[in-house]
Design a protein around this ligand. Structure first.
Ligand code: HEM
Length: 497
């Protein structure tokens, strides 16, 4: 018994020494890295900024900005004011540089192949999956992007617009029965339903409801501290991801076994193309993990962004009644040409030039995706500063959108500024270059269809003008959700407004 006890004691002590050793090694490694980079910093014309505290850098300030009502972009905004167009900071154990000139945006966004690659912070990669288009390296990205872009055809777009129109019309009928409508909540529901229908033909029922909740958990975890402790926001996000993966896995397996009706959606097209690729040695198949990660990616990339943009647009229009009036005239004229039952068609969007500019202006002012993360693959120079290999370089799209040297009176909501062509690399709402948003046309179409239906159905008044941003949201979302009260627009017996 005594021998057994001393053996257990010996094992315990060895384990403790091992753990202590690992911790010490880790701390020494971090110390060496810190000293190395301090050394680097003193030598060259690196971007101005602060490294913050040893080891943790400015992570605490970053987290504090996320927790504040101004959102995580506040961290960037303040440093942009302190240090100028190009500055550096140290968060989550890595150096981050932020740039906000159109010329540097051009250099970085056009240069994915050579000097930069896209990179999100590790926690985001763990949530959307390492096979996601958002995290893939250059070669892998090329393969997946090629396969996914094939899905965005004119015919899929036409079908999608019809489905989206139907969803909005159904949703809008409920608004007049509510004392207050939270635009963000409604928009999230509509865009989630639209994405899930287009991607996997999920409609109504428990599965859709469950998916909507789980996607919200994943989105909330994106900026959370990456602690895998049960109950933490990050852990909840990872658990939600697991459940979403199982749901998609089940759907794939049922389709492969021929269970259920045949569906004409993105998932089906990916599976069919994969079957074809099996018999064709020249085409590479997507693995199931690639399919699953990218279905989740498209739900996240398409739902939250578009819903947030729609919400900002409703707020901006309420605050700019002159713009709203011009838009209303355009939309009522279009509505008078169609019957109450007819759906909006893809070609109808060409009849909405002003709405298209309202969408663009809303996206500029809201900058729903405020910055685009990249990783420097080699030492290089940006804006006259040296950038070291391995640094994260973020394009600060919001600063570009609000730069008075790029846009006249940048804080004024003025859709007519887009009458003329924009300066190169000045409109970055959907990014640019090889990583431009895949769903760009779809997102614009959703916003225009939404505008048409809202404007021809209701007048609205925003009840809370608070512009605070929601905490923990990766995309800029209004904290208030934009509460509105609506009054139905009445038509006369001939159908005129
Ligand atoms: C208003 C709505 C939207 C906005 C503002 C938006 C914005 C963006 C931006 C800025 C990027 C590029 C980021 C970068 O370069 O790092 C991007 C990428 C992407 N977006 Fe969107 N997006 C929207 C809607 C959508 C929709 C509806 C979908 C899908 C149906 C979608 C799918 C994607 C995908 C898959 C990527 C990754 C592309 C790649 O890395 O190759 N987005 N989006």
């Amino acid at each position: 018994m005594a021998t057994l006890w001393s053996y257990a004691h010996f094992c315990f002590c060895s384990l403790a020494v091992l753990v202590l050793g690992i911790i010490l090694l880790f701390l020494m490694y971090q110390l060496v890295r810190t000293l190395q980079s301090l050394n680097q910093e003193s030598t060259a014309d690196i971007p101005p900024g602060s490294r913050g505290l040893p080891l943790i850098g400015e992570t605490l300030q970053f987290m504090a900005a996320i927790k504040s009502g101004k959102g995580f972009y506040e961290f960037v905004r303040i440093r942009r004011l302190w240090y100028g167009r190009c500055f550096r900071t140290y968060i989550f154990g890595e150096t981050h540089v932020f740039v906000s000139g159109t010329e540097s945006a051009k250099t970085i966004l056009n240069n994915d192949l050579g000097k930069f690659t896209k990179r999100y912070i590790q926690s985001i990669a763990q949530l959307v999956g390492y096979q996601s288009l958002l995290c893939a390296d250059y070669q892998h990205h090329k393969l997946i992007r090629g396969r996914l872009s094939n899905l965005f055809t004119t015919s899929s777009m036409s079908l999608f617009i019809k489905q989206f129109d139907q969803l909005i019309r159904e949703n809008l009928t409920t608004w007049e029965h509510k004392s207050t409508v939270i635009v963000l909540d409604e928009a999230l529901q509509i865009t989630c339903n639209a994405m899930c229908k287009m991607l996997m033909s999920l409609e109504g029922g428990n599965e859709l409801e469950m998916l909507q909740k789980e996607v919200a958990h994943v989105c909330e975890a994106m900026l959370a501290f990456p602690l895998r402790i049960p109950g933490s926001r990050f852990h909840k996000g990872l658990q939600a991801r697991k459940r979403i993966m199982s749901l998609i896995e089940k759907e794939i397996s049922e389709r492969r076994r021929g269970i259920g009706a045949f569906q004409e959606d993105f998932l089906q097209r990916l599976l069919t193309e994969d079957d074809k690729a099996c018999n064709d040695a020249t085409t590479t198949r997507l693995t199931d993990s690639e399919i699953k990660d990218n279905i989740l990616t498209m739900i996240i990339a398409g739902q939250d962004t578009t819903a947030s943009a729609i919400t900002w647009m409703v707020k901006f229009l309420d605050e700019n009644q002159d713009v709203l009036q011009i838009l209303r005239n355009e939309q009522l004229q279009l509505a008078s040409k169609s019957t109450a039952e007819s759906f909006i068609r893809l070609e109808d969007l060409n009849e909405m030039p002003y709405a298209s500019k309202v969408v663009k202006e809303s996206l500029r002012m809201a900058s729903v995706v405020p910055w685009f993360p990249r990783l420097a693959l080699q030492d290089c120079e940006i804006d006259g500063f040296s950038i070291k290999r391995g640094w994260n370089v973020n394009i600060d799209a919001r600063s570009v959108h609000l730069d008075p040297t790029v846009y006249n009176e940048p804080n004024k909501f003025n859709p007519s500024r887009f009458d003329d062509e924009s300066k190169p690399y000045s409109f970055l709402a959907f990014g640019m270059g090889g990583r431009t948003c895949l769903g760009m046309n779809m997102a614009k179409a959703m916003m225009m269809v939404f505008l048409h239906r809202l404007i021809t159905t209701y007048r609205w008044k925003v009840m809370d003008p608070d512009p605070s941003i929601e905490k923990w949201a990766l995309f800029s979302r209004l904290k208030s959700g934009c509460p509105v009260i609506v009054t139905r627009i009445l038509k006369d017996t001939d159908g005129f407004y």
